[in-house]
Design a protein around this ligand. Structure first.
Ligand SMILES: Nc1ncnc2c1ncn2[C@@H]1O[C@H](COP(=O)(O)OP(=O)(O)OP(=O)(O)O)[C@@H](O)[C@H]1O
Ligand SMILES: O=c1ccn([C@@H]2O[C@H](COP(=O)(O)O)[C@@H](O)[C@H]2O)c(=O)[nH]1
Length: 274
């Protein structure tokens, strides 16, 4: 199956409305159908769409729909806000792994612009959490500054909550799992990755990129970068090997300009899930 977004929801909406007598609903549907309502085929059961989709889309608060529609984009449909919980086992997950500075975040941004995917960077979630003022938050701040891997109970909870809150079903999980403890804790939740997108990049290239990133990160300095590289080789590479043995790794040569890297990434996504 392909990740490519389709106007499938529009069609479902129109067919669900064919038997409906509600004029107001039809008016809303026509305006929605004129937008490109994107969703992906695999994320939704036809029964759910026919039974409830028209109702909850039209009942979404205006504030949720208006800004995106003004920009000519798809109105956001958030299943969680609409009261539908997406079962964990329905989530389609791709782990995006590679050394620090290999370009994971850069390529994930490009992917979400083209496909119906939610990008969750474990590092970003942890950086937000470290500002929470909790004891955990302080621990996370210290660990990031030292290039250490935060215990799974923190990271897995943050990822799980972000997935649930998104109300979506297809995720790029960037920078996780980083060690065996992470991997095992995630799999215990019942979720597993469809495949692993692995960015292969020489250390010298990654170091140059990180030193030039200038985003004010506490770990983008020569001393912490050295520690992060060591942790990557010792703890994270074995995870990539683990998935490689399962035939789940799709490897990209990341030492090229971002557009060239992306054209290869796109090809790997067009293969869909096997
Ligand atoms: N293909 C590329 N060529 C040159 N520079 C790149 C390329 N991809 C990303 N960069 C730059 O390198 C830096 C690191 O990229 P990015 O943040 O995407 O990496 P990352 O793998 O997500 O890093 P981290 O794991 O540390 O979060 C950024 O400044 C980015 O603009
Ligand atoms: O799953 C994770 C992800 C990240 N960390 C910590 O955060 C920093 C920065 O991560 P980036 O992916 O480079 O944004 C990383 O060095 C770890 O300290 C983590 O512990 N677990």
């Amino acid at each position: 199956m392909s990740f490519r977004s389709v106007t499938w929801v529009s069609r479902q909406l129109r067919s669900a409305l064919q038997g409906s007598t509600a004029a107001a609903l039809q008016r809303d549907s026509a305006s929605l159908a004129s937008q490109q309502v994107t969703w992906s085929r695999m994320s939704f059961g036809a029964g759910l769409a026919a039974a409830g989709l028209a109702t909850f889309v039209t009942s979404l608060p205006q504030a949720d729909c208006a800004p995106a529609m003004e920009k000519g984009q798809a109105p956001p449909i958030n299943l969680a806000k609409a009261g539908f919980a997406v079962p964990k086992t329905s989530r389609k997950i791709v782990f995006v792994l590679g050394g620090p500075g290999s370009g994971k975040g850069t390529q994930c941004s490009r992917l979400v612009a083209e496909y119906d995917l939610v990008h969750l960077s474990a590092g970003d979630l942890l950086r937000a959490h470290m500002k929470s003022g909790t004891t955990d938050g302080q621990m996370v701040a210290d660990m990031i500054k030292n290039g250490q891997i935060v215990p799974s109970y923190v990271t897995v909870n943050l990822l799980d909550k972000a997935m649930a809150d998104s109300g979506k079903t297809q995720f790029l999980i960037d920078g996780f799992p980083r060690n065996e403890e992470n991997r095992a804790a995630f799999e215990k939740t019942g979720m597993e990755p469809e495949f692993i997108l692995f960015f292969n990049c020489p250390e010298a290239v990654m170091e140059k990129r990180l030193m030039g990133r200038n985003e004010g990160r506490t770990d983008d300095n020569a001393e912490t970068i050295r520690k992060r590289f060591k942790v990557f080789l010792e703890s994270s590479m074995p995870i990539i090997d683990y998935y490689n043995k399962q035939g789940k790794v799709r490897k990209v040569d990341a030492d090229r300009d971002p557009s060239t890297v992306f054209s290869e990434v796109r090809k790997l996504f067009e293969q869909g899930f096997e």
